[in-house]
Design a protein around this ligand. Structure first.
Ligand code: AMP
Length: 147
């Protein structure tokens, strides 16, 4: 039996995301594992450039941001051949939600980048750190450098 059966890719839609996604995809192939993807929209940002062009304010902004984020998630999932049933879009604290979904879905490996938007080149970002400390399963932090 393969070492990992269900791998969860944590996607923050940053420029380094492809490197993290490629590593998760390779590992899933190697272990013949199910590959899932999660993006967590941090508690209600006013707007966020990572979700694409500015969204006109019309009614429930959170809902509109969620729709835009889901589109980004679907695009990234398609690039990594991840089925719709394996895509998770959550609202709240990224580290908490990543750990929660991993537990609920019996994930045995979470793949994160060593840092995202706020991290420094050689330090572990706060989401990566939080996931590493609280996950019940293995966590792979893909080393990202600001080239
Ligand atoms: P950070 O700790 O924010 O520097 O980000 C480190 C890594 O955690 C990123 O490279 C992603 O893999 C993951 N991550 C950060 N924020 C999110 C998010 N909102 N949703 C999903 N994964 C995230």
């Amino acid at each position: 039996m393969s070492c990992y059966q269900h791998i969860l890719l944590a996607a923050d839609f940053t420029e380094h995301g492809k490197k993290v996604a490629d590593k998760a995809k390779q590992l899933a192939k190697l272990h013949q594992a199910r590959l899932s993807i999660i993006h967590v929209m941090d508690n209600i940002p006013i707007t966020d450039a990572i979700y694409g062009p500015i969204i006109p304010f019309d009614g429930d902004l959170t809902e509109q941001l969620m729709v835009a984020a889901k589109k980004q998630l679907a695009k990234m999932a398609a690039d990594s051949d991840i089925l719709e049933t394996n895509q998770y879009m959550e609202l709240g604290s990224p580290k908490r939600k990543i750990v929660k979904i991993a537990k609920e879905q019996n994930v045995d490996l979470i793949v994160v980048g060593s840092h995202g938007r706020h991290g420094l080149a050689l330090l572990l970002g706060s989401t990566a750190n939080g996931v590493l400390h609280h996950a019940a399963c293995d966590v792979l932090a893909v080393r990202l450098k600001n080239d």
